[in-house]
Design a protein. Structure first.
Length: 235
């Protein structure tokens, strides 16, 4: 945290002045600083931490800004999730399953999936070659709330946008994805049922082993008692 503060305190006087503060906002709060609709939220965050109202920021105020900024982002993200979940037709269980897939493929732990990651997932179901690739890019752009810039190698989606993308693909029946996803779901369900049967059989075997162990212990106990009572010789 101290290093971050010092990187914006260009003149090294222990404070981030108004000019340095603009640079801070552009780098750490790009959405709030460039979108006129978000300007009130930016001003609120800055006002909350500027205790004496001098327009500059000491280290303690900087750390408070970072905490408040993270809290604000969390609230915004959760509100977005709630809005999207109410909008789509997926059930809670389906959303839960999609979240598991999302988390498993978020190898960098950034709470986002890259264009390449999502493409790789979908190629297990549909062919994304030729014209399909261009069509998929268009659908991606429509689903993404934050419109990406640059080439597709830099595009990412958070989980709510990932859900919106999947719904659009299904609604459009992109490359026959409805039938193919249904087949995949059926295979997955069959695999689950097979797994359940194996687990039940394993439990049954374990139970039998445990019962046999009890019988053996009882036999040993009986022999031991008989030996102690002199009914059987040690030989």
């Amino acid at each position: 945290m101290r290093r971050n503060f010092q990187s914006f305190d260009v003149d090294g006087n222990g404070e981030i002045n108004a000019t340095e503060l603009r640079t801070l906002c552009q780098e750490l709060l790009p959405d709030l600083s460039t979108d006129a609709k978000c300007r009130p939220e930016l001003l609120r965050l800055l006002k909350e931490v500027d205790a004496n109202g001098d327009g500059s920021m000491k280290f303690e105020e900087f750390t408070k800004l970072m905490r408040n900024m993270n809290d604000s982002r969390t609230r915004t993200y959760l509100a977005k999730e709630q809005r999207v979940f109410e909008q789509v037709k997926f059930t809670k269980n389906q959303i839960r399953d999609f979240r598991e897939i999302f988390v498993q493929n978020d190898v960098q732990g950034q709470d986002t999936l890259s264009f390449a990651s999502v493409t790789g997932l979908l190629q297990n179901l549909v062919d994304l070659g030729g014209r399909s690739a261009h069509s998929f890019s268009d659908i991606w752009l429509k689903a993404s709330e934050e419109k990406p810039t640059g080439g597709s190698e830099a595009w990412t989606l958070d989980f709510p946008d990932f859900i919106l993308l999947l719904e659009q693909l299904l609604d459009l029946d992109f490359c026959g994805i409805q039938a193919k996803s249904a087949q995949a779901a059926e295979r997955a369900e069959q695999a689950k049922q097979k797994s359940r049967k194996v687990k039940l059989m394993q439990r049954s075997d374990t139970s039998k082993t445990f019962e046999q162990r009890l019988v053996d212990e009882r036999r040993c106990s009986t022999v031991s008692n008989l030996m102690q009572q002199g009914h059987l010789s040690a030989s």
